[in-house]
Design a protein around this ligand. Sequence first.
Ligand SMILES: Nc1ncnc2c1ncn2[C@@H]1O[C@H](COP(=O)(O)OP(=O)(O)OP(=O)(O)O)[C@@H](O)[C@H]1O
Ligand SMILES: [Mg+2]
Length: 242
Amino acid sequence: MDMTEHASQLATRAATGVAALEARDITKSLPLGRERIEILRGISLRVAHGEFLAIMGPSGSGKSTLLGIIAGLDNPTTGQVWIDGVDITRMGEARLAAIRNTKIGMVYQAFNLIPTLTAQENVEVPLYVGTHAGSPAARARDLLRLVGLEHRLGNRPTQLSGGEQQRVAVARALATNPAIVIMDEPTGNLDQKNSENVLQMIRDLRGATGTTFIIATHDPNVAAAAQRAIRIVDGLIATDAA
Ligand SMILES: Nc1ncnc2c1ncn2[C@@H]1O[C@H](COP(=O)(O)OP(=O)(O)OP(=O)(O)O)[C@@H](O)[C@H]1O
Ligand SMILES: [Mg+2]
């Protein structure tokens, strides 16, 4: 699928009024010894198609936990999550995997690259799952060029710096042209120049495709680039500002 076709699909979706993401009353608690700790205490959130949302808040406030739940990687204790109008809460693993592969791109706080594969192969992986148009190798090279790693295609993660691994993770998240890109501290290990590159990529993609971005960040530059920022404190949304 080319960028124009992708953009028109996203525009059609945006016009239907169905949110890219809707989370209702999400709680998450985990056993800790005899007690239970409440990590998320009732989060409701609606993100429109094409929106760029930053999630801020202190370390330990629940940002990564929330991202894992909205990406379908973890179940909430109570509450529901809809991705593009489809309830993913307690969905079977096979259907959920298909939704994650086609609709969601994820950059993890710890990049989660596959250590035995090269940078290029890591970016190709999501393209070998399900059916995607075009050549995985060519798409992976294009994306790695976009993040400035055309000279590192054959390197494995251990042969890359932290910032380079992060850029491979960003390229991998974008491989399938997902409608929603979820990023956990995408600029956390980057210097100013590479942070600016990642932000510029986000701006370009938003301009070209209308992709929705949901990004947990401590980086004020990322928050400033977002249209809306929510602040999570102690598992609750403390502020939500456009
Ligand atoms: N598997 C787990 N078992 C017990 N406690 C956990 C577990 N995972 C996370 N927590 C706790 O839940 C809280 C929220 O963690 P989370 O990783 O969501 O925070 P965060 O906002 O992403 O923080 P940071 O900004 O440091 O990345 C923390 O207090 C953490 O210790
Ligand atoms: Mg985190």
